[in-house]
Ligand binder design. Sequence first.
Ligand SMILES: Cc1cc2nc3c(=O)[nH]c(=O)nc-3n(C[C@H](O)[C@H](O)[C@H](O)COP(=O)(O)OP(=O)(O)OC[C@H]3O[C@@H](n4cnc5c(N)ncnc54)[C@H](O)[C@@H]3O)c2cc1C
Length: 303
Amino acid sequence: MFEVSGRTFPLSDIKHEADAPMSDHTTFRVGGNAKEIFFPEDMDELLMVKRCFIGPAAKCMVIGKGSNLLFDEKGYDGVIISIGKNFSKAEVEELEDGAGAVIRAQAGIRLADLALLARDHELEGLEFAYGIPGTLGGAVVMNAGAYGGEMKDVIESVILIDENCNIKNVPASDMDFGYRHSAVTEKEIVAGAVLKLSKGKKADIQAKMDDFQARRREKQPLEYASAGSTFKRPEGYFAGKLIEDSGLKGYRVGDACVSEKHAGFVVNLGHATATDIKQLIADVQRIVYEKQGVHLEPEVRII
Ligand SMILES: Cc1cc2nc3c(=O)[nH]c(=O)nc-3n(C[C@H](O)[C@H](O)[C@H](O)COP(=O)(O)OP(=O)(O)OC[C@H]3O[C@@H](n4cnc5c(N)ncnc54)[C@H](O)[C@@H]3O)c2cc1C
């Protein structure tokens, strides 16, 4: 039996970790402990965990790679469901007309692995996703995108567990995909997705992936812990340019720093705390608003 908030649950068979530091489960590498993290390995386990934590009083959230999340020092006083490598099966089914294929994948697969699977089957359209360090589930929730591509371009449908634990197959047209936005609520879980991709040439697909990776390495501070672009792109502007033009490159609060390489990234130089990062984000918002009159909205989800 497993106990949380004074209630007991028959969940001890499911892989889990108590008092788990969120710094180990997020790419910013900061954050205090979560009470418990579960790592379900199949749909039954996922549903079992979800069923135990339904209802307004239940404090429960789902994470993928934690590459767009910032937990504070208090951590998370509840249960985290981590959907990662244990929940990452994928299969490819060629279309009868030979024009492409569909990929059915579980939410925990890394986008990089999904892009490699597509490349190996000579399927184009996922090259943009190769360098995004998240899972399919997180990418659906965020409608992740880069270099002109977005998840909404390749998703046919999403397998969603709703708040009452019903499994639904939701067509992409009902997902309300927009810029870093989808219809998925905090009470729902993306269990997987169906992607439709066209036939391409392996060499061309590889060349595109190499080009995008080279551009990332040249422009982004990949040597430091971060959560990628800290702010959303304001309509008509680029967040990085606004921050740079406000003289904030290299601006620091403790070990939290506006990257010298790409001002759109807040990086952890080593020992930043979540408080440092949050203070830095607030300072950047204030100074950019004072100097440029534009409000920056965080893309990073602050818990
Ligand atoms: C170096 C770096 C580069 C990046 N580059 C890009 C980029 O080019 N483009 C881009 O869009 N993003 C980029 N990101 C941000 C991040 O990788 C994406 O937002 C990614 O889609 C997040 O996936 P994740 O699995 O890590 O989700 P998490 O960060 O774990 O979660 C993100 C949100 O989704 C929810 N969630 C996660 N999984 C599920 C699920 N299965 N069911 C329901 N809810 C879920 C979480 O509760 C949270 O609200 C970058 C990040 C880093 C660190």
